[in-house]
Ligand binder design. Structure first.
Ligand SMILES: [Fe+2]
Length: 301
């Protein structure tokens, strides 16, 4: 009778452990995106869950190979499986909370920049949508294991540094003079300074800093093409297409066909040629689906 109870506890515990392993794998994949990867508390709990998982797995294997299980061993293994399941559930909850807070911060920042600059109205979300769509079309061997979530939020936040640019420059109806242009060129680095405190975004800061660099090295900070992060080059293509096809206070919207022609003209000098080739092959309807509701693209599609 007692033996039956012990074996039942071990069997149930083993089933819970199998579920734990599956949920841990899900947890690790979930922790790799921009919103949770650098969270130190989250990382501590993920590591703790891993150690517990290994500890109890060894226990189960030990019993399977050498075991003469008694009530104490059965209880420890069953209780351990339940404990690991609880820890994993708590970590998932913690990550969801961190993620929800980060999304709130990002949404607020975007609303503030777009409210200050009518030229940016919907631009950040348009670049975000275009980048998500574009990223799906890039072959996996080119993506350097970049998380699509990191890519998406870097694109959404690429112009966050415009918060540090005076409104007189942001809202100037005509072209900027040399001095104003020098101030405007600081926005990628100002973006990095704004986001620096958010640990979750640490690894996307260089992508944001270099989104105006050019392949010929004549970008804002003169970084040579080979040193521009891949993700910055992806954002640069989406950003350029969005800027061409949107209405701005100093220019009308251009058509999809015009935008594709311009992208091809600047491929290799301003933008990454391979990425432009991929972007230009995306069906027009898919790009059309990236336009947020409040963006004025008028007759472009
Ligand atoms: Fe920018």
């Amino acid at each position: 009778m007692l033996k039956g109870i012990v074996y039942a506890m071990i069997a149930m515990g083993a089933m819970i452990m199998v579920t734990n392993i599956w949920r841990y794998d899900f947890l690790v994949r979930r922790s790799e995106d921009v919103l949770s990867s650098e969270n130190p508390r989250g990382r501590f709990w993920v590591n703790l869950a891993f150690l517990l998982l290994i500890f109890f797995l060894i226990g189960y294997l030990g019993i399977a190979v050498f075991g003469k299980p008694d009530l104490l061993v059965g209880g420890v293994l069953f209780g351990g499986s339940v404990f690991v399941a609880i820890i994993i559930t708590l970590i998932v909850h913690l990550m969801d909370t961190v993620k929800a807070r980060s999304i709130d911060i990002v949404e607020t920042l975007i609303d503030v920049i777009e409210a200050r600059d009518p030229n940016l109205n919907g631009h950040s979300r348009y670049v975000q949508n275009l980048t998500v769509c574009f990223f799906k079309h890039i072959p996996s061997e080119m993506k350097e294991e970049i998380s699509p979530v990191s890519m998406e939020y870097a694109a959404l936040l690429h112009d966050v540094g415009k918060l540090g640019i005076p409104e007189s420059i942001l809202n100037k109806p005509g072209k900027l003079d040399k001095e104003e242009w020098e101030v405007m060129k600081e926005h990628p680095r100002k973006g990095v300074r704004i986001l620096m405190k958010l640990k979750s975004f640490a690894h996307v800061l260089p992508w944001i800093e270099y989104h105006h660099e050019r392949m010929d090295g004549k970008g804002y900070y003169g970084i040579p093409g080979g040193q521009i992060p891949f993700s910055s080059r992806v954002i640069a293509v989406a950003d350029t297409y969005a800027a061409i096809t949107m209405v701005r206070s100093y220019k009308p919207a251009r058509s999809h066909e015009d935008a594709i022609r311009i992208l091809q003209d600047v491929a290799g000098t301003q933008l990454d040629r391979d990425l432009v080739d991929i972007f230009c092959r995306i069906p027009k309807e898919e790009l059309q689906g990236c336009v947020p509701e409040n963006v004025d693209v008028e007759s472009i599609f």
